[in-house]
Design a protein around this ligand. Sequence first.
Ligand code: PLP
Length: 424
Amino acid sequence: MHEFKFTGKNLYCEKVRVEDLARKYGTPLYVYSYQTLVDHFLKLKKAFHSVDPLICYSVKANSNLAILRSLVDKGAGLDIVSGGELSRAIKAGCPANRIVYASVGKTDKEIEEALRQRILFFNVESVPELENINRIARKLKVTAQVALRINPDVEPKTHKYITTGKLTNKFGIDFKSAQQIFLVRKALSNVKISGLHIHIGSQITESAPYVAAIGKMVDFIGRLRKEGIVLEYLNIGGGLGIVYDKETPQTADKFAAKVLPLLKKRGLKIIMEPGRFISGNAGILVTKVLYIKKTPLKKFVIVDAGMNDLIRPSLYAAFHSIVPLKSPGHRVTGSQEKVDIVGPICESGDFLAKARLMPKVREGEYLAVMSAGAYGFSMSSNYNSRRRAEEVLVVGSESFVIRKRDTWDDLVRNEIIPAFLLGL
Ligand code: PLP
């Protein structure tokens, strides 16, 4: 469910006509619906109210400060994976005791900063990382609270690039090694292991992989308890899928109904790290048709947004529904045709859709790439020296710029021509 709907012949975001935004701010343009964003967070919170979880929105999905602030204001915590995301989280006003930090490659500097900020805990992904956190915490004379990220070896039935909970993936620690860590934990004087964490993948549409993974965790926690090891937190990660095409992902309520009985078994404080579920359908990418190009074999709709703006189709062959901002039902030409919708970048992999059945579109017309609120702008780049898109947040009948389009100067801000090349 989201607040991008056709009213009459125009696509609206909440109470604002999207075409008006495209004309006012230019394209490519990310448009977000505040209400959709907050609704998804609150839906999850309500579905799980009986365990009162800390829902740490996953910053990587969409890290704009205004998006983070909107959620933090409603009580969200944040799941971060780098020093940069920590800095964003603090700038967005997130209390440090609502921040959890994963990543297989935390640097000394990042660990030190997170300890200084007193985040809730690190999700630790390996033994050397655990030892390093202990060393840095000792140097700072603090105790680092950590959760061990377990790799439960389950199949999440999603794209291989976004599968993270199988033993062939680089993430987490297997059960046997985790058990070993608990045996030697006393040697780690400045680390307190207070929880366990899993994150098995992304765009998971069924509950079965979660039930399998959480079931394994519940058993493991039970075994630890028998050995006198009592934990405080169970972090079940993110990964909840959304509708891009014909998926029928579980709702928050259905997901809760399946996993709550397991979560309640051990009485631990529950943490969740949803990203896509919250921001995915809260955003679209608006792009303008530059040219219609016919070749002997194909018809290309060339638009002004490229893989640098939205890389998911190129990277994962991900599907995004693409609709003209003017409703197809109200178009002069009613017929449909198969086209490739491609960007201006010098790569054959630069496409938003391939062999897509579309209503006939014209040059100068605007299109909306739907469900682009997660892993859209946050994965964007300046490749081909393209300025990154402007981002706008719609709240009712108002729109707010939440990130200005890059300027040409932004593109070269940190670059330096050595004096010798300037003949100085
Ligand atoms: N938590 C961790 C540790 C992750 O790596 C990710 C995504 O990669 C997420 C949460 C968020 O995943 P999603 O956006 O699928 O909910």
